[in-house]
Design a binder for this molecule. Structure first.
Ligand code: AMP
Length: 197
């Protein structure tokens, strides 16, 4: 059961209002289901929209922010809990420790970095938590095509491609995360061919 959900999302709002609309929908769902939000702790972009929605509805929001970003005054001042850590790596580790599952919403380098880090950890069996991608209005279609290309070119196992649960509907995505079964597959595709496993 998911009690703490970590959300990675843009520190910008994006071009279309649907990005903020879905961030608000997610915040509303989290507070109605009493799921605590774990996120980067910022007061900018979709991150702020999401955190404010949960807070305004009386929900629980935990921010994890490196000291350097707090000094640049992007920290949200009204969170339920704020953890100040020394750097980005410590932040990612703490966000992962605190959470039962992860969702990425539209975003850019920061969001993609966080998403791929947890995907890599699950692939290597370091953690076994569900990971979802909210494909708002097809924002991530080209990224998903890239992952399919990586499978087709035998850099990525289909089992590992399928670690990432995808939906454009928040309720359906949460449902997929709740019923997710951890993947067990060797990371290295060619070791079998080489007779090493
Ligand atoms: P981006 O997608 O590049 O806008 O980066 C957003 C993601 O990276 C969030 O999930 C945050 O955890 C992290 N991040 C990037 N910029 C900031 C910021 N100014 N304040 C807090 N976190 C940030």
């Amino acid at each position: 059961m998911i009690k703490y959900l970590c959300v990675f999302c843009g520190s910008s709002l994006g071009l279309q209002s649907i990005y903020s609309d879905q961030a608000k929908q997610l915040g509303t769902l989290l507070s109605s289901r009493k799921i605590a939000l774990v996120y980067g702790g910022a007061n900018v972009g979709l991150m702020q929209v999401l955190a404010d929605t949960v807070l305004n509805l009386g929900g629980h929001v935990i921010g994890v922010m490196p000291k350097s970003l707090v000094e640049r005054e992007v920290a949200h001042k009204n969170l339920t809990e704020m953890h100040i850590v020394s750097d980005m790596q410590e932040r990612k580790a703490m966000m992962a420790d605190l959470s039962d599952a992860f969702i990425a919403l539209p975003g850019a380098f920061g969001t993609l970095d966080e998403l791929f880090e947890v995907l890599t950890w699950v692939q290597l069996g370091i953690i076994h938590k569900p990971i979802g991608l909210l494909n708002t209005d097809g924002y991530f279609n080209t990224l998903l095509n890239m992952l399919d290309h990586a499978v087709q070119q035998k850099f990525l196992r289909p089992e590992h491609r399928n670690i990432l649960q995808v939906d454009d509907n928040i309720e359906h995505l949460l449902e997929k995360l709740e019923t997710y079964q951890p993947v067990v597959a060797e990371k290295w595709i060619d070791r079998l061919k080489q007779g090493k496993i």
